[in-house]
Design a protein around this ligand. Structure first.
Ligand SMILES: NC(=O)c1ccc[n+]([C@@H]2O[C@H](COP(=O)([O-])OP(=O)(O)OC[C@H]3O[C@@H](n4cnc5c(N)ncnc54)[C@H](OP(=O)(O)O)[C@@H]3O)[C@@H](O)[C@H]2O)c1
Length: 354
């Protein structure tokens, strides 16, 4: 931020980048939410909902009644269930948020769909494209809303990026870069390294750069990846090059072995956008001209609680009778799962039981 202020004058700030069109998360119609799997992200999600939206969390389901109770007490959630089946059967629940490890997303989302609930499923949506396709088909048949919780898509700075792309301000886009690497404790029992929980860098972290490149470039015409396995056999690191029919490239990296800058950039013939790290959370966006000068910047309205925007989008869609979000369409979620399948094939990584 200090650096930003040195580069840019007050007169220039805000003159070129558009303001985000993202509606206030508080303005979305209030739904009753049920949470499946009260782990780390479920706690972040509920906290964001309670602080920044009018959404109500009315029930939580865990594989263990004690864990459900503890979560319910922590967040003043009225009902706690010792199984996921009981939670999805609760007729007071409008929408189920599935926050289990990737290996459980298919089963738990399907259970919720079959019970007639709308569903928000944590990323990665499923283990593979086959599972994703079945979920999408089931939701359409049942007439319920379904969305991948790719929270980045709904953040205000990403709406700024979308508008810049729509306006043609960057000229012809040739190169997209994005990375997401974290140094993870090599715990063989942990979710991230466990093959049976569909662990690995790609589904957990790599999905962010892949999804970002997909949003910017559209469908890829080729995907090539090289990688290194972790000690448990899951993908520990992957570098991915995607191309499009117009000849644009996306250069993407993910790793569980080291903290990377977690930045993203979009380079066109007229200008470049740079998103500071972590680009997948509320972040500053810089517009950079052909002479490498910073022309303008966008600073996000809030740095924390970013998970609230995806909940607000789900609530707006459901309130308007829509079964999917235009910002994260199911066809694109499926395409992204196909890309991840292809990358895992290149890396020689398969999950048990696939
Ligand atoms: N959007 C984001 O920023 C973000 C960040 C981190 C993770 N995520 C995503 O959120 C999901 C969960 O990640 P997390 O970090 O919250 O995981 P976590 O802390 O390990 O929690 C997952 C929960 O799933 C339940 N679970 C069900 N089957 C399980 C099994 N076989 N082994 C272990 N736990 C099982 C457990 O709750 P009960 O046993 O009590 O039911 C557990 O607390 C993943 O899809 C991940 O990619 C998203």
């Amino acid at each position: 931020m200090t650096q930003d202020r040195r580069v840019i004058t007050d007169e220039a700030a805000g003159t070129v980048l558009p303001a985000p069109r993202t509606p206030s998360p508080r303005a979305a119609p209030a739904l009753n939410w049920g949470v499946v799997a009260p782990g780390w992200i479920a706690a972040q999600f509920v906290e964001a909902l309670q602080k920044h939206t009018g959404q109500k969390v009315v029930a939580v389901g865990s594989r263990d009644a004690g864990r459900a109770r503890a979560f319910a007490d922590r967040f003043a959630v009225p009902r706690a269930y010792g199984s996921y089946a009981e939670l999805v059967a609760d007729d007071d629940v409008d929408i189920v948020y599935v926050a289990s490890p990737h290996s459980g997303h298919f089963e738990q989302a399907m259970q919720a769909i079959e019970a007639g609930r709308h569903v928000l499923v944590e990323k990665a949506f499923t283990r593979n494209a086959r599972e994703a396709e079945q979920l999408i088909e089931a939701a359409r048949k049942r007439g319920v809303f379904l969305m991948e919780a790719m929270w980045t898509r709904f953040l205000p700075h990403i709406d700024v990026v979308r508008q810049v792309l729509e306006s043609g301000l960057l000229g012809e886009v040739h190169t997209v870069t994005a990375d997401h690497g974290q140094q993870m404790d090599p715990d063989p029992a942990g979710r991230l390294f466990a093959p049976e929980l569909a662990g690995g860098a790609l589904l957990d972290l790599g999905i962010y750069p892949v999804s970002f490149a997909s949003m910017v470039l559209g469908p890829f015409s080729s995907v090539t990846a090289v990688g290194t396995k972790a000690f448990t056999g899951v993908d520990g690191q992957a570098s991915i090059v995607v191309t499009t029919g117009s000849g644009a490239h996306g250069v993407l990296n993910t790793t569980l072995f080291a903290r990377t800058p977690t930045t993203a950039s979009i380079s066109g013939t007229h200008a470049r956008l740079e998103i500071e790290g972590p680009f997948y959370g509320p972040a500053t966006v810089r517009l950079i001209g052909r002479d490498n000068e910073v022309t303008d910047l966008f600073v996000p309205p809030q740095r924390t609680g970013g998970l609230c925007y995806q909940a607000a989008e789900a609530a707006r869609c459901i309130g308007a009778g829509r079964l999917e979000s235009e910002l994260m369409p199911l066809a694109e979620t499926l395409r992204i799962m196909q890309v991840l399948d292809g990358v895992r094939r290149d890396l020689g990584v398969a999950f048990p039981g696939e």
